[in-house]
Design a protein around this ligand. Structure first.
Ligand code: UDP
Length: 257
């Protein structure tokens, strides 16, 4: 297909969309970590992330979170609204893991005293450094009301997704999201953009503490595709490996830890 490629990232490609103000987001099979120093192709990952992200964005749209997602087009692609990406990654954390555990000397798995929101400046050259609201406003990456809006949306998204995953026996440890500005004549609104998938979340099985996310790749644990498939299956997206249905979430009886 002869479409104009607008942008190619590590795990996705953006093409121009069929109408003005739209884009096509294509999910690749590339898995990268440590700012692409580690790179592998994991066949089928893009298909799973497309489905999982579609499911989560649809649920978020339904509960009134404004998102860029319009509809899934095929196995690897979705139609999205074109936005101007705010160059800040918002990380929401419920439990200590990854960089915060290292930075602050916390035990991985330790519950945090409350949900913590962090900002990272999107820059591959600088390895996405942790920044404060001061940096964001001083350098003009976002205005104070935009930061407030991103934080309020992030907390709503966290509450909703934590409950949704808890219902299928998964703990939402942390996740990364991105926001964009949508312009409509004189109006501007902030939309949730990018993706939400096991590439951008830490998801732990509540009973076994198994990791069902990209840490399996970062830490060379193997079984990445099986883990992503398990997330999809529990969300009711896949009942069997190849059988794509829309049966809704699979309730998992809560077990005592
Ligand atoms: N994350 C992401 N993209 C990034 C950095 C982090 O999606 O470029 C996600 C990561 O999967 C985890 C959360 O954000 O769910 C927090 O990541 P952390 O800061 O602990 O960094 P990491 O340990 O992944 O380097």
């Amino acid at each position: 297909m002869n479409r104009r490629r607008i942008y190619e990232g590590k795990a996705k490609v953006l093409y121009e969309g069929p109408e003005p103000g739209t884009l096509i987001q294509h999910f690749k099979d590339d898995a990268t970590a440590f700012n692409a120093k580690k790179h592998e192709l994991i066949e089928g990952k893009g298909v799973l992330n497309n489905r999982i992200s579609e499911y989560l964005f649809t649920r978020l749209n339904e509960m009134g979170i404004p998102t860029h997602f319009i509809k899934r087009l095929n196995m690897r692609e979705q139609l999205i609204r074109k936005v101007e990406i705010i160059p800040v990654e918002v990380v929401v954390r419920n439990v200590a893991a990854g960089s915060i555990a290292k930075r602050l000397g916390l035990e991985e798995g330790e519950p945090l005293p409350r949900t913590i929101i962090e900002f990272y400046y999107k820059s591959d050259k600088l390895d996405d450094p942790l920044v404060s609201e001061e940096h964001i406003t001083a350098f003009g990456w976002a205005h104070p009301p935009e930061i407030d809006e991103m934080m309020a949306l992030s907390l709503r998204i966290n509450d909703f997704l934590s409950g949704l995953f808890l219902g299928v026996g998964i703990k939402l440890v942390d996740f990364k999201i991105e926001f964009g500005r949508q312009f409509d004549n004189d109006m501007m609104r902030i939309l949730l953009a990018d993706e939400i998938s096991p590439d951008s979340c830490r998801l732990w099985d509540i009973a076994s503490h198994d990791k069902l996310d990209k840490d399996r790749f970062r830490r060379d644990m193997g079984g990445l595709l099986e883990a992503y498939r398990e997330v999809a299956r529990r969300l009711g997206i896949l009942t069997e490996d190849r059988n794509v249905t829309r049966s809704g979430p699979v309730l998992v009886a809560s077990k005592k830890e």
